[in-house]
Design a protein. Sequence first.
Length: 527
Amino acid sequence: MNRKFLVLILVVIVAIAFAIFTDNRWEDWYITFRASKNLAMGNGLVYTLGQRVHSFTSPIGTLIPAFLSYITKNKNDDYVIWLYRAVNISMLGITALLLMRMSKKLDLTPLSIILLIALLSTNILIIAFSINGMETAFMMFFISAIIYLLFVPTQYLVFKLGIALAGIMYTRPDGFIYAGSLMAGLLIFRATHTPKKIIIVQYLKAICIGLVVYLPWVFWAWQYYGSPVPHTIIAKAMFHNYSIPYLVFKFITLPATILIKGYTGDAVFMPPLYYIGGWHYVEIGSRILCCLSLLPIFLPFVSARTRVLSLSLYILHFYLIFISGQNAMPWYVSNISIITIVCLALLLNQFHKYLVVNHKSLRSIKLFTSLTIGYSILTLILGAWQLRLQQQIIENNHRKQIGIWLKEQAINSKETVFLECLGYIGFYSGLKMYDYPGLSSPEVVNSNRKLKAKDYAFIINDLKPDWLVLRPDEENFINRSNPAIFRDLYTRAKTFDVREQVSQAHLLFGERWLMSDACFDVFKKKK
């Protein structure tokens, strides 16, 4: 049987099995899908009817679900996410085939190819965020396509690279960071025989093609929303430190930061939000693999292609931790995961080809490969079990029910709700959301700017929403900051608590994440 067909089947089967077993639907899926569904129903690409706010990040991740909802006549939201899963799983399969083709062109050893495909098909972040409603599968494809085009001589390179650049921008507006880190590495480490001047000219032409394809979206968004920058980025940007000396110091000391503290390095092969607790140092394996992928920058004897990927990872780890502020948020780290996997495969390939001088060395390399794949499979299985319980207990039986209850209690859809977790509650309530830090709400962003407090207790006091949906820790914070809110303005309407169900699930790993969302109090504004 054809190897490419086997690889395709492997990736597709793992992704489908994961989707069926967990039915995981990420919180952000429902943030995006509310706007998608409004568009499909003819209400415009908006989160709240009548208010044009760019409340989503990925054009592809919003427009494709809108189209799927439209062709299914908006009758069943389950149809939409399963169709979207089919699209994403297909993209992941195509990515696997592309990487297989690249492996052949680069003459990778069978052991390196096994590591590459095994890690791609078992990485918990790549698999989970390719089936849970995020745009990750498209990022996997476009990042892999850019790596392929940079490393493998091909016809119509400039045109293909231009389309890939446009594609990654339609997938994420910060896609140019991922593409740029790879392209810069190629110039620095000379991974091809093409002269630098020609590479620069090719880059400029490809960027022009990418701009021609992508700019129509920018102009449309600018005209429709009043700004080409997604409101999600504007809302999060208020909390970052962009001091130049601080950033320079952090860039230089990045390897020590990851080695000592982990951050994004720990997240590359770990389940979502592992850092909330309960994983008993399982993340150490991910940190080791991450540090291995950063080493080639400092090793002149390592192949130029491997060093290109390693430099890209250095830049991207720095970007996520200190520039974007997303740090180890899993739907961003998955974009680093794919580059890490390719980097490790190329590194293994070089050691296998050139440094194996006896059977003992070969056994060591095989042991490393086996342990790495085994670690990836272990975190996939443990993560799948965690996500299955999280979906059933926290999402379906808890946050979704809060949204439905609010919809039933509200007099009309114009009533306002302040909360942090915007997805399920916002989608199923259909109410106007004052989410913190304001992903769908310019009112929250404006209030934060006006008060300059970065304190949601003051924002609540300023906006006085009709409802508050708060975790116990958030209530305690408000009580310390501004106790008059609960004393004078709001009364407790209902408590939603599934902590006992979480305890009875007997999760060996990751229970703290579920517990962090297991209890919410709903408060109603006093008349």
